[in-house]
Design a protein around this ligand. Sequence first.
Ligand code: HEM
Length: 516
Amino acid sequence: MEALRQWFPPSEEQALLALSPPTALYNWLNSEHREDESATKEAPNLVTGAWGLSLFSHIRSLIWTDGLIQKGYEQYRDDMFRMPFYGSWATIVNGKYVEEIARAPDTYLSFHETFNNQLQLEHVIGPELSQGQMHLSLLRTLNRNLEPLHREISDEAEYIVSQTLGKGKEEDGWVSLKAFAWVTEVVQGLNQRAFVGFPLCRDDEWTKAGQQEDMTLFFQASLLRLFPKSKRGDANEYITNFVPSTSVARKIIAKAIKERIEIPEGDRPNDLLSWTITRVPGEEPDPKVVCGILGLLTMVAQSTTSMSFAHAILHLVAHPECISVLREEILEATDNGDLTYESLEQMRRLDSFIRETQRVSTIGNISLARIVMKDFTFSNGVCVPAGEMVQAVATGVHKDPAHYPEPLEFKPWRFYDLTQAEAKDTYDPRAAAKYDIVSTSPTYLTWGLGRHACPGKWYAAMIMKHLMAYLILHYDLKLPDSAKGKRPDDWVVAGACIPNTSARILLRRKQVVATE
Ligand code: HEM
């Protein structure tokens, strides 16, 4: 055991090493060790941490993550509890303690360290991301450019939807598609248009090489996490020799960089690639860093938006009565079906619909995951030692009748009605903005909360609202008869709520947009 501790030294290393089998073993040994020595107040354990049974608890929590988190939420609704979480012990909080995490400075509770650790940014990309957090300033530029980007997205949506539908199965004049796989491809197309622009976004070689690069970075990071922090630099030298090559993606981006720097800065295409080239130091920015930034943002943007939108479209076809209501609203907000950025803002029922899908089918059971950098004491005196994790329950609070009457019911206009009531009571339309698709609160944690709430949420909301409005305007949509009007169940596994990958939807192009 001592030899093991020397190889995996204690303290902050503990949570940073999470997610690897040796780490689970180390944490198991080390958490017992600290329990003996610690005199500080801890949150109550949801499962036993007693010597010899703790490993059993770790295994149980891996297999039954979501059931345990829900149990913890119900048992400690306005409080907190501890449970094993992917090889480490995490303190999971509810009620007012959620805001305490959201408010805590990064020197105590670090989101970035969680992110850095998951993706091993320092090794797989470089200090620009691991220390400089350049992706965050790039996202601020993206947020300032949502309106021009929307024009690009609008053009790409038309292309990618018709292109991908061409690959579907024809059934009596309808195209049948696996909803999640199809949405993933469509969202990928839209993201690439915003990130690398036209025509690169439609280049098959780039699409394949970019996906391979993302998978390689993820795989490389997973391997690196198996090593102690101090050994990861050396390990990386070795690992890069046998992980799949990222050279094709980097070659394509190197060529794009050369082409773009020929163009005067103010005339370059308005996309993430141009902004990244301007921001990365050097006359000719390092393609490895540019590719890494694009890869990182693709990773955080792609699966989150695809999962959320696939949930939304499956709720839509399971509630066909909503389609005509939304269509009427979309036609009213647009001039003859012309979807502009401003018109999306006026679609309040659509906003409410998507927000409700994110409440009912929240993609992550937990939110606000932070690594404790310095011992952190909550207002109830519970002290979480440096190196452990804290996080908050999202699904539990989204399905709590104290916050959402009839919480298990899908009520598409729930937030629309709340907005109307709030505006009527306060005579202040700004007050009603608290139920907007992008707004956050301790009882709505889809986007996190506080200083690290998702900086991509305005962009993601724009993509989802545009795509939904576009599909409703131009297509008939329904569930296949075999589904008997019932939305196929989501897959809730390992803290994630994944749209049923077998679920199909049927689409048929409308002949006329603006009438009916
Ligand atoms: C429906 C889609 C999305 C969902 C549900 C989502 C959700 C989240 C959540 C829960 C967090 C953690 C917040 C916290 O712990 O307080 C987060 C962080 C983040 N998200 Fe998103 N996200 C989505 C789309 C996007 C997109 C499209 C981008 C980029 C274009 C993006 C970029 C980021 C980044 C960079 C962070 C880290 C923020 C930081 O370091 O402070 N996300 N997101």
